[in-house]
Design a binder for this molecule. Structure first.
Ligand SMILES: Cc1cc2nc3c(=O)[nH]c(=O)nc-3n(C[C@H](O)[C@H](O)[C@H](O)COP(=O)(O)OP(=O)(O)OC[C@H]3O[C@@H](n4cnc5c(N)ncnc54)[C@H](O)[C@@H]3O)c2cc1C
Length: 505
């Protein structure tokens, strides 16, 4: 009798232990993976392994050295300059905002025909154009952002009675706004982008702060207290077997087996998958065994993964005034009805250059921004080709035939990076933003009676309120950690250092 009682007790204790100390693997050390892994530790889970395919952490936050400074090749803006934004809050806490310039610089505008445009006129019109996109829209289903924007921009042009001096240039300025939108979204054609795209977006995403040159510091700051031996770099995951029963040498069985490309394998109770939507599109059918359910595949297929390319241009001497923060190139007779990034006319997509400031830190560096498919072409160009083409382009617009060539050109490679395959998620027309909720749903095994959350999903593409952002990635990772905590009935102290609650969004 005594013996039976002890064995029952032992069974109960081991069941509790198994439940309370699960083995968790997080795939991908971008912000979502880092958010998940660090929050899991905060919540008291100790057996957490972070697997990363590339040789460094950060994912789409990355850096390169250019001249005397490090630059951010991936994310560089904080969207939502408010304390409740955990990225803003954490960046501030870690001193990453200390040398960020507060004052906005001036806007330098050139046109292909050489007309002078007053900055005030351009700013007024641009601001009015932005308001078009902030309007409440009754019915956005099956309507495209391109169509809506073109219609509203036309009305704005027709009724514009502010400054009439440059009235004939209204469509060029609104056309620039359309092209800027393409960069923001990462799409090739605004007519493919759903008008419902921002329907669920968090209101707190207002206000941008450029922390270029500091963003890449954030991932390592967040992992400062995470055990280094649990971060495994250069470990691409090649397959995730789930709904199984895999025996470990310690006689425990696990439902998940994670296979690595180098032949290694790790058994786990839960795996949190944070790879980009681009990687899921390319690999989902071979990555998961058994295959993902229909709903999940539908979401992966119907959401889009966009692309942007940054071209960093370092000059010996600046050809712009010291207070300039943005240089825009406008085509005077271009219609704002055609907001497409066409690789055959890729220079037409190169209309926006931002200045890396302060000059004392970065030297004389411009960033050229290109959206969508154009980037695929740019990524294949040699430094010499790109330098010559961009220099001719700038000379034509500035009407300065002796404008210097940059001493160094560096273009980002997010599209061809096999562990990224683009920049960020967007919602194409005809796709419901709720597809992101489906992408976020965890998978449970078929054997138990209760859901056991074997495979969980995080990443910027899984959060319809904050997708395409660093903040979205971080919050989605923390969301999955909280989900596991709830599942295991953990109520450890969630982070209090930066106001945060996953319900908040
Ligand atoms: C050029 C560019 C500019 C951007 N600008 C901004 C900005 O200014 N502000 C902003 O908020 N956001 C910006 N973003 C978006 C932002 O960077 C992303 O939304 C965010 O970093 C995504 O984080 P994530 O963790 O979801 O994905 P990722 O960062 O892609 O992390 C996924 C990780 O998984 C790894 N991985 C992939 N496959 C495997 C595998 N098989 N096995 C193991 N690991 C794997 C990858 O190497 C990667 O490290 C920008 C993105 C780009 C590309």
């Amino acid at each position: 009798m005594q013996k039976l009682t002890w064995s029952v007790l032992f069974l109960v204790i081991s069941a509790v232990e198994l439940k309370t100390n699960p083995k968790i693997v997080v795939v991908g050390a971008g912000m979502a993976g880092i958010g998940a892994a660090t929050q899991l530790r905060e919540l008291g889970f100790t057996d957490v392994t972070l697997l990363e395919a590339s040789e460094e952490i950060g994912g789409r936050i990355n850096k390169a050295q250019l001249g005397k400074a490090w630059i951010d090749t991936g994310a560089q803006y904080i969207h939502g300059v408010v304390e409740t934004n955990p990225v803003y809050c954490l960046a501030k806490k870690h001193g990453l905002l200390d040398d960020v310039l507060k004052e906005e610089g001036s806007w330098s505008i050139f046109t292909d025909k050489g007309s002078k445009i007053s900055q005030k006129f351009a700013e007024n019109l641009y601001t009015a154009g932005e308001k078009i996109l902030e309007k409440e829209i009754d019915s956005c289903d099956n309507n495209t952002m391109g169509h809506y924007f073109a219609e509203e921009a036309q009305k704005l042009t027709d009724n514009w009675n502010g400054d009439t001096e440059n009235k004939n240039l209204t469509s060029s300025i609104l056309g620039k706004l359309g092209k800027d939108l393409l960069v923001t979204i990462g799409a090739s054609d605004l007519n493919n982008v759903s008008l419902c795209s921002w329907q669920h977006f968090s209101d707190e995403m207002k206000g941008d702060m450029d922390i270029g040159g500091n963003m890449f510091l954030l991932p390592s700051k967040l992992l400062e207290d995470f055990p280094k031996e649990n971060i495994l770099l250069k470990k691409p995951v090649s397959r995730i077997e789930w709904d199984g029963s895999f025996s470990a040498p310690d006689a425990r069985t696990y439902p998940v087996r994670v296979h690595l490309l180098d032949g290694g394998e790790i058994l786990a109770d839960h795996v949190v998958v944070t790879i980009s939507l681009g990687c899921l599109k390319a690999q989902a059918s071979s990555l998961f065994s058994p295959h993902l359910p229909e709903d999940k595949v539908h979401a992966i297929n119907h959401l889009e993964f966009g692309s942007i390319t940054k071209i960093f241009l370092e000059y010996e001497e600046p050809f712009w005034e010291s207070d300039v923060s943005e240089i825009s190139l406008l085509w005077e007779d271009e219609s704002h009805f055609l907001m497409k990034a066409d690789p055959n006319q890729w220079l037409k997509s190169l209309h926006l250059f931002t200045v890396m400031r302060p000059r004392e830190k970065f030297g004389n560096v411009l960033i050229g921004w290109c959206a969508g498919r154009v980037g695929n072409h740019i990524e294949t160009m040699s430094e010499e080709e790109l330098s010559a083409a961009v220099t001719d382009h700038l000379r034509a617009f500035t009407r300065n035939s002796s404008l210097p060539a940059p001493k160094k050109v560096l273009q980002t490679q997010w599209q061809s990076n096999p562990f990224t395959r683009g920049a960020y998620t967007y919602i194409p027309v005809g796709t419901d933003p709720h597809e992101m909720d489906k992408l976020a749903l965890p998978l449970s095994g078929s054997k138990g009676t209760e859901p056991d959350l074997q495979v969980l999903f995080a990443g910027e593409g899984t959060i319809k309120t904050l997708y395409s952002t660093v903040q979205g990635a971080l919050v989605s990772g923390r969301r999955e950690a909280e989900r596991l905590a709830q599942h295991h009935r953990r109520t450890g102290g969630p982070l209090v250092v930066c106001p945060f609650s996953s319900d908040h969004y």
